[in-house]
Design a protein around this ligand. Structure first.
Ligand code: AMP
Ligand code: MG
Length: 329
């Protein structure tokens, strides 16, 4: 199969619609990462997403809809706090899990009775979703366990020959996957952290829990139990306070002839004196936006990436650290 990369216009959207309505899949941009889209009503199309990615078949997909879509046909109950959160944060990088009406294919939720819904804010994503007019099941458009894609080229590197079309909407501004929030209980509960933080949610909803997997318990968001986000080279991760050890390891490996790169924020980069640096930038939003791009850049050039965790560990950094530990820990 030939994989085309096309910028988003009327012509490419018509092609995308034809592919989706014919039971195929298309990659599309969002403000978090690129998604791999299929018609959520079409079981064979949804199953093909799992096959193309090599995704475990107990890890459910998020359904994406445009901002004017009425989700009451998809979910049976929307609590009052969820309406407030939707008003505050949607469209945006927040996925909300509800009791499902089971109108879309059961393959989307892997047979479960809940459904995760997201309304992306990316202009290209909105155009695509409005053009197709269907609820779109979409995980990140990478091979399972690899680093999520934040450019059309990243998608191409993973899925060339496996999908017909990548809609190119530029580099994703957010850079890490959406916050996943369980809205089936009395109080919302963060299942996966992201750019919409627990504190931001609590400020609107009154309170917000965070899911912690207890021994022997069935995992509520299967995605969190899998190894994820891994670059194709060796990695090591150091705490901010232990950065001198990271610099020493870098020198030792460099002297041994290893292609070694330091991955860190701009402040640590300046302090390090290392020649090969994958610089995340300065602010927490820059670091989130650059994380996957730098991991993908690094795996192309490095045999070993030595990452130093940012000093700040709260807010948006909770989501960043969660990914950084899975990628480099
Ligand atoms: P991805 O699209 O690859 O970022 O993965 C989607 C994430 O959403 C995974 O972590 C899933 O486990 C989670 N997810 C999707 N649907 C549900 C659901 N119904 N309940 C809980 N978590 C879900
Ligand atoms: Mg993913």
């Amino acid at each position: 199969m030939n994989t085309e990369i096309l910028t988003i216009d009327d012509k490419s959207l018509m092609l995308a619609e034809k592919i989706i309505k014919g039971g195929g899949v298309v990659a599309f941009p969002t403000e978090t990462v690129y998604g791999l889209a299929a018609n959520a009503y079409d079981t064979a199309a949804v199953e093909s997403i799992f096959a193309i990615k090599g995704r475990p078949n107990d890890n459910p997909l998020i359904v994406h809809v445009h901002e004017e879509y009425d989700i009451s046909s998809l979910v049976s109950y929307i609590p009052e706090y969820a309406k407030l959160l939707a008003k505050a944060f949607l469209p945006g990088p927040l996925t909300m899990v509800y009791k499902s009406r089971c109108t879309v294919s059961t393959a989307v939720s892997c047979g479960g009775d809940t459904l995760a819904i997201r309304i992306p804010s990316h202009e290209g994503a909105q155009r695509f979703l409005k053009h197709v007019g269907l609820p779109i099941a979409a995980p990140s458009a990478n091979v399972s366990k690899h680093v999520s894609p934040v450019t059309a080229i990243h998608v191409f590197d993973d899925l060339n020959g496996k999908i017909p079309l990548i809609l190119d909407g530029g580099k994703c501004s957010g850079g890490i996957e959406s916050t996943v929030l369980d809205c089936t209980g009395e109080v919302p509960c963060v299942l996966r952290s992201g750019l919409v933080t627990r504190d931001m949610i609590a400020a609107v909803a009154g309170s917000c829990d965070e899911y912690v997997l207890k021994d022997g318990e069935r995992v509520r968001s299967p995605g969190i139990k899998y190894k994820h986000y891994s670059p194709k080279c060796q990695t090591a991760l150091f705490d901010y306070d232990d950065r001198q050890s990271a610099f020493s390891l870098y020198k030792e490996k460099e002297n041994a002839g290893v292609k070694v790169w330091l991955m860190c924020d701009s402040g640590v980069a300046d302090e390090s004196g290392c020649a090969n640096v994958l610089d995340f930038g300065e602010t927490e939003y820059e670091i989130a936006a650059n994380l996957y791009d730098k991991l993908r850049e690094g795996e192309q050039v490095a045999e070993l990436i030595i990452a130093v965790a940012p000093k700040k560990q709260d807010g948006v950094m909770v989501g960043v650290m969660n990914r950084l530990k899975k990628a480099c820990g």
